[in-house]
Design a protein around this ligand. Structure first.
Ligand code: PMP
Ligand code: GLN
Length: 378
């Protein structure tokens, strides 16, 4: 049988987490917190189960939850999404991304992505007959060259996928980036998928410029979000998608036959939990403290470091330590030094290697101290 995804292999997150477990290494590779989600939220889920919310939720999501998502987006970005027609709750951002791509990408369509890119974009595009056109961002600052983006647009281009704050680099799109993007997509009549799973993890008083803030951009964008990233429970796989009605109608046609509806008691709990805005607005301060604590601990290490501007990832440049490939370096660190990270060349066009590994600092202070002892000795 011919494979529909001949180039797909096991994801680097699964590979490195398994290697960490096999070699009893501290796991700073796959992006997940090693501390608990708020017990109040867990109690709300239990309560919703006891109250009997154990059967199918409505196809697009619990209406109370869609309403608080709508209010949250209005208050943060001054943009109204109709909870009835423009918001769908999904099984994590991954499903939202897949569904958006499935809904609009046809055979022969070209989709521009920025590499290093999160690993699910390209296979989803390929599965629906689309072609990924990568634009390689360069270390150390990973800034977008918008002229290069325009040069890659052809009559086949259908969509541009962006991710801000950006995994793995920790770069963020500025207001000027978003305005330029808006100009380009209007001029060439393109769709946008704006992956904003780290929307609430942004540092140094920077602003998250959601695609929702720019009306012409929002009118042609799917925006994807992840509760797993925001509320420290990546294993719950809950997220959502925002899009104007015309796009959301198509999104839901795919959603209803793929997933139909997602976890009902968790939606009920999130609807209640999200009413207190501090629960997500405090996240940047929470993670900035972790970033700063960690960077202070490793400031005398031999890694070259530019502080992450958002996400809970930090890039570590090892070019002054070793000339190995990033894959060999991170494998050796896992097996010999007992610390696991992600080699970031796997996310780049043609595996370009900037000698940077990614570590996740969504960890307890104790784990960060243990990690620092190892990293400082390398
Ligand atoms: N996009 C990016 C950039 C990510 O880092 C992740 C991982 N959280 C996702 C999408 C997928 O999110 P989820 O776990 O909610 O499916
Ligand atoms: N988003 C997580 C990361 O970047 C991993 C998610 C996954 O394992 N697929 O590490």
């Amino acid at each position: 049988m011919k494979s529909k995804l001949p180039n797909a292999s096991t994801s680097i997150f699964a590979v490195m987490s398994k290697m960490a477990a096999d070699h009893n290494a501290l796991n700073l590779s796959q992006g997940f917190p090693n501390f608990e989600s708020d017990p109040v939220l867990i109690e709300m889920v239990n309560q919703a189960m006891k109250e009997g919310y154990n059967q199918y939720a409505p196809m697009p999501g619990d209406l109370d939850l869609r309403e608080v998502i709508s209010q949250k987006t209005r208050s943060l970005h001054q943009k109204n999404y109709n909870s009835a027609t423009e918001i769908t709750v999904t099984a994590g951002a991954t499903q939202a991304i897949f569904t958006a791509i499935a809904a609009v990408i046809e055979k022969g369509d070209e989709v521009i992505i920025f590499t290093p890119a999160y690993d699910c974009y390209d296979p989803s595009i390929e599965l629906f007959g689309g072609k990924t056109i990568p634009v390689q961002l360069k270390a150390p600052d990973y800034k977008v060259d918008w002229n290069e983006v325009e040069d890659k647009i052809t009559y086949k281009t259908k969509m541009i996928i962006i991710n801000t704050p950006h995994n793995p680099s920790g770069m963020i799109f500025s207001e000027s980036d978003m305005l330029t993007l808006q100009e380009i997509v209007e001029k060439h009549n393109l769709l946008v998928l704006s992956d904003e799973v780290y929307e609430h993890i942004i540092f140094d008083n920077n602003t998250h410029f959601s695609a929702a803030r720019f009306s012409a951009l929002a009118s042609r964008s799917f925006i994807t979000a992840s509760f797993g990233k925001t509320f420290h429970n990546t294993g719950w796989k809950m997220g959502y998608c925002l899009a104007p009605e015309k796009l959301m109608t198509e999104f839901r046609k795919v959603h209803q036959y793929n997933v139909f509806s997602v976890n009902n008691p968790i939606q009920k709990a999130l609807a209640e939990y999200l009413k207190t805005s501090d629960r997500y607005l405090d996240l940047s301060v929470f993670y900035q403290k972790k970033r700063d604590y960690f960077l202070e601990l490793i400031k005398d290490s031999r890694f070259k470091i530019i502080p992450s501007k958002g996400t809970y990832f930090q890039m570590l440049d090892f070019s002054e330590i070793s000339s190995e490939s990033d894959i060999a370096f991170s494998e050796r660190l896992t097996k010999e030094n007992k610390i696991a990270s992600i080699p970031t060349s796997v996310f780049n066009t043609d595996g370009e290697d900037f000698k940077q590994i990614r570590v996740c600092f969504a960890k307890t202070e104790e784990t960060l101290r243990e990690a620092a002892i190892i990293l400082n000795a390398i």
